[in-house]
Each structure stands twice: as structure tokens, then as C-alpha cells.
Design a protein around this ligand. Structure first.
Ligand code: NAD
Length: 255
């Protein structure tokens, strides 16, 4: 069940949190995983650990905001492995604030990674997938791409864009062997959330509030998100495209 045997999968932001959990579950399912992350040291640590457990995992340095580097790395990987089957656009950054507390430069920074970065790598990888008439693209959006979140103006703006991007991509190439879906997690225990908590005057209180936003009263585990990525990457989800898969502990079910 959910085999990715010999599939070549790229995972951006795979050095940490949700991306690292996706790299791990993909390796366990038999994929060849290439972690693409700007944090080279941490990416090497993760890939070495996965190798020690029998996984076929490598890492290459990439800043997804660098368009020409995205093209070069795609060419490099394709000439080495002959194909790219799965692209997980997971790298993302956040910012806490209303519009009053958000500068244009904050929005530009988030947009560069969360939207333009995902665009850059998808644009580089898709032509090879179209030639083979086979490709699977999974984007990490957020529950903040489905509903608004207080004090997350810039973040939600970019994540709504990720959902729109995914749906358009899915429609444009549905009959060409390409599937594109996004995952919309609620709050998940990762360094991403720890960094946001540190921005609050009272991080402990903020943590309790963040947990209570979910109906289940807790944050998610990165492995709970990775399991969905595995399903979407596998042939078992062959009829699923253009969806935004919400995994939010009941956040969006209502108050
Ligand atoms: N943790 C959550 O609660 C949560 C909730 C909803 C959505 N998400 C989304 O899931 C994704 C992963 O989140 P996470 O919590 O695992 O984050 P994280 O901060 O733990 O990891 C993000 C990784 O992305 C890498 N990265 C950042 N900018 C990059 C760039 N320009 N080029 C290449 N790599 C870059 C970082 O080095 C890091 O390894 C993000 O897109 C995030 O917005 C997270």
C-alpha cells in the first residue's frame, strides 16, 4: 500500500519539520528522495540519518527564490536520475502581524519564498513531467490559505495564492498526466511554529492559544501531514487533483 518504489521525489525545505517528515515517509515507501533546502548543514544531517536507516536520500543546496538555480538544479537531477516523478513544494516562511505591523518588505519576503519560489521550481520541473506525461506536484499551503487567521496578513495572503496556483496548475495539465494538489495543515509542532511563538510577549500563553484553535485541542505532528503527502504522491490517489487537503485538527470545522 502507498508504494513510491523507485520514484524520484524532490522535497523543498526537507531539512526541517514537515519537509523532513515527508522525506522520511517517502524513503520508507521506496522513493529516491532529494532534499532541496537553503539550510545545507541541517539538510545533510537529515539525509544522512535517513541513509543510515536504509533510505535513498540525498540533499542539494537550493534557495527556491533563485529562479536560474531552480532551472540548473532541475537539469542536474534529471540528467543524473533520468526523471523527476514527484515535486513537493514545501519550503515556506512566516510573519506575525496585522497590516499595521507588516511592512511591504515583509510581504515581499514571504511572497518570494511561498509563492515565487514554488512557481520557480514548478516551472523548471513541469516540462520534463509533461514530456513523460507523468508528474505529481504537492504544494504545502496552510489552513491560512482556506480561512483568514488574525495577525497573519502576509502569510495568509501568500497561502491563498498557493491554493489558487495549485488549482490552476491542476486544471491546465489534468489531461497531460499531471496531478497537482495542496495540503492545508493547521498548526503543526515544528521549528516554524517555535519561531512564531518566540515573537510573542508571552510564548507560553500564545502556545496554549495556538493549540486551542484546533478542535482537537493540540497541534499536529509533522508525520500526520507527511502521511497525507504519501497518499497524494501514490497511485492510490490517482483520481485526486486540484484539491486542498485540509488537515487541521478540526480548526476549520467551526467554533
Ligand atoms: N508548522 C505549521 O504549523 C504549518 C502549518 C501550515 C502550513 N505550514 C507550511 O508547511 C511548510 C513547512 O513548514 P514547517 O513548519 O515544516 O517549517 P520549518 O521552518 O520547520 O521548515 C521550513 C524549511 O524550509 C526551508 N526554507 C525556507 N526558505 C527556503 C528557501 N528560500 N529555499 C529553500 N529552502 C527554504 C528552511 O531552511 C527549512 O528547512 C511551510 O510551507 C509552511 O508554511 C506549516
Amino acid at each position: 500500500m502507498f508504494s513510491l518504489k523507485d520514484k524520484v521525489a524532490l522535497v523543498t525545505g526537507g531539512a526541517s519539520g514537515i519537509g523532513a517528515a515527508i522525506a522520511e515517509i517517502f524513503c520508507k515507501a521506496g522513493a529516491i528522495v532529494i532534499i532541496l533546502d537553503r539550510n545545507t548543514d541541517q539538510a545533510s544531517e537529515v539525509s544522512q540519518l535517513l541513509q543510515q536507516h536504509g533510505g535513498r536520500c540525498e540533499n542539494l543546496p537550493l534557495d527556491v527564490t533563485n529562479e536560474s538555480h531552480c532551472a540548473d538544479i532541475t537539469e542536474q537531477i534529471t540528467s543524473r536520475f533520468g526523471k523527476i516523478d514527484i515535486l513537493v513544494n514545501n519550503a515556506g516562511v512566516g510573519h506575525v502581524g496585522t497590516i499595521i505591523e507588516t511592512e511591504g518588505s515583509d510581504l515581499d519576503r514571504l511572497y518570494a519564498v511561498n509563492v515565487r519560489g514554488l512557481f520557480n521550481l514548478t516551472k523548471a520541473v513541469l516540462p520534463g513531467m509533461l514530456t513523460r506525461r507523468s508528474g505529481n506536484i504537492i504544494n504545502l499551503a496552510s489552513i491560512g490559505g482556506i480561512v483568514g487567521i488574525r495577525d497573519r496578513l502576509a502569510y495568509c495572503t501568500t497561502k491563498f495564492a498557493v491554493v489558487g496556483f495549485t488549482k490552476c496548475l491542476a486544471l491546465d495539465h489534468a489531461r497531460m498526466g499531471i496531478r497537482a494538489n495542496c495540503i492545508c495543515p493547521g498548526r503543526v509542532e515544528t521549528p516554524f511554529v517555535s519561531a512564531r511563538l518566540a515573537e510573542y510577549a508571552d510564548p507560553i500563553k500564545a502556545r496554549e492559544e495556538m493549540s486551542s484553535t484546533q478542535a482537537l485541542g493540540r497541534m499536529g505532528d509533522p508525520r500526520e501531514i507527511a502521511a497525507a503527502a504519501l497518499y497524494l504522491a501514490s497511485d492510490e490517489s490517482a483520481f485526486v487533483t486540484g484539491t486542498s487537503f485540509t488537515i487541521d485538527g478540526g480548526w476549520s470545522a467551526g467554533k
